[in-house]
Design a protein around this ligand. Structure first.
Ligand code: BGC
Length: 368
């Protein structure tokens, strides 16, 4: 009975998502008199024109997301206009306005500030352009689709790894470095981490000795947070729950300068090459591998389908404060030195020789 209820709920969700998106496109591309300014006529359209508005290209992952997305859209016969905002809200709103002026058919946005970008979605809609939030949610607006990873699960996996791998599993003094307070994902990672840590903190087994948010996910800011933690606690720190590889790198730099690197467990996320190297060398314990190839190509396929007015299938939905946004969430994997070869290397995310560059040949694992 429960199974039946779940299936019925799933079927009705899929139908409502399908119908919702078809109606939305239908509404926009219906009778010419219904059309909003800026929307293009099917007949006038040449190649589908997709706008990609990015927060930043700073972390290595975002260049990869962009390159995969652009290549896939091209392969499918479309073209992409990419604008990056250098972590600035005003610039990103200007970029969105310029993509609207250039009459993109679909807008894909990685928002710097998920709350501030609601305005961008409203503006795009006025011009008849549907919007996909890529990786980061855009809150309190009538967003069309959200494509990301299960970010609460990412936070849970980071905290679970930390708890299980402390020198005394389940016990210790930890530092927490959260991401950018403007990024909805940073809040979701924290929520997942909180889910796992709460019972340990309540029992007094885990003590958070220092915590702070790293503005714009800056490694330098993470380094400052770690230095403050070291100043207050000396060497009495067992683990650092850093929310991504960039902030892990900043924290590890501070630990290195205090002679503590390799002695304190540090988490991360993104499977950046530098983080994978730190993992096999021993100064970082783990990262989260997000299969960007799958996500960026799927987003490109979806954007192209939307541009051609096809209905979109989304199995789940995530609330954004205004509505339950049809969502596509992709699974991630925890990676440490034990499964590095079977995950990121096997998947050709990184090359074996680069990850193990600083490990003497005799000490490297077998190449796949
Ligand atoms: C992404 C992370 C990334 C961080 C900093 C987050 O929204 O989910 O993968 O490390 O932004 O760019």
């Amino acid at each position: 009975m429960k199974g039946l209820t779940v299936s019925l709920v799933t079927i009705s969700l899929i139908l409502s998502v399908l119908i919702g998106l078809s109606l939305y496109r239908g509404g926009l591309t219906g009778a010419p008199s219904d059309k909003k300014a800026g929307a293009k006529d099917g007949a006038e359209k040449g190649k589908p024109h997709i706008g990609l508005s990015m927060d930043t290209l700073k972390e290595a992952r975002w260049m990869r997301d962009r390159d995969i997305f652009v290549a896939k859209v091209k392969e499918l016969g479309g073209e992409v206009e990419v604008l990056s905002a250098g972590s600035d809200d005003m610039t990103q709103i200007r970029n969105v306005t310029s993509l609207i002026t250039n009459k993109v058919d679909v807008m894909v946005i990685v928002p710097h500030d998920g709350a501030a970008m609601g305005k961008g979605v409203d503006e795009a809609h006025k011009a008849g352009i549907p919007v996909i939030a890529y990786d980061r949610m855009i809150t309190n607006c009538d967003l069309d689709l959200y494509m990301s990873f299960d970010n609460v699960k990412v936070g849970e996996a980071q905290a679970k790894y930390l708890v299980d791998h402390l020198a005394t599993p389940g016990k210790g003094r930890i530092v927490r470095i959260y991401g950018a307070p403007t990024d909805n994902n940073a809040k979701l990672f924290k929520e997942g981490q909180d889910n796992v840590l709460k019972p340990y903190i309540d029992k007094g087994d885990i003590k958070v000795v220092h915590e702070n948010w790293a503005t714009d996910w800056k490694p330098d800011k993470a380094k400052d947070i770690m230095n403050a933690a070291i100043t207050n606690n000396g060497k009495e720190i067992d683990g650092v729950l850093a929310s991504n590889d960039g902030t892990a790198g900043g924290a590890i730099q501070a630990l290195k300068e205090s002679g503590m690197a390799g002695k304190v467990l540090v988490t991360g996320q993104d499977a950046e090459l530098s983080a994978c190297q730190r993992i096999v060398e021993g100064s970082q314990a783990m990262t989260i591998y997000k299969p960007l190839e799958r996500m960026a190509s799927r987003a490109a396929e979806t954007a192209m389908a939307m541009a051609q007015g096809k209905p979109i299938l989304a199995k789940s939905s995530v609330p954004n404060g205004k509505k339950d946004v049809p969502s596509v969430l992709i699974e991630t994997t925890s990676v440490d030195k034990n499964n590095m070869v079977d995950t990121v290397i096997q998947d050709k995310f990184h090359v074996f020789e680069e990850v193990y560059r600083n490990i003497p040949e005799g000490e490297r694992p077998r190449k796949p």
